[in-house]
Write a protein of this length. Structure first.
Length: 85
């Protein structure tokens, strides 16, 4: 069984993978990237349930917010000097 549990928007530390799909928790967003194949077998069902668990947790966290903004303000990334070159 795949354990796919995060506490959305509560920290900057949690990350998990379902297949090749990566999910990263942040204070202002949950990032999802990559891919996953839901095969027609028990493994595919486990992956689908794991993804559903994560999405359900994100939706529940957003629904609990009393005053969601229209859009979150994203800070631009900063360029840093390459420490290796």
């Amino acid at each position: 069984m795949i354990m796919a549990s995060i506490k959305p928007f509560q920290n900057e530390e949690e990350a998990l993978a379902i297949g090749d799909l990566n999910i990263e928790n942040r204070l202002d967003r949950v990032s999802v990237y990559g891919s996953v194949e839901f095969t027609k077998d028990k493994a595919g069902l486990a992956q689908a349930r794991a993804l559903k668990e994560v999405v359900d947790a994100v939706v529940a966290a957003l629904e609990k917010e009393k005053s969601l903004p229209e859009h979150v303000q994203v800070k631009p990334t900063e360029k840093v000097k390459n420490p290796f070159g």
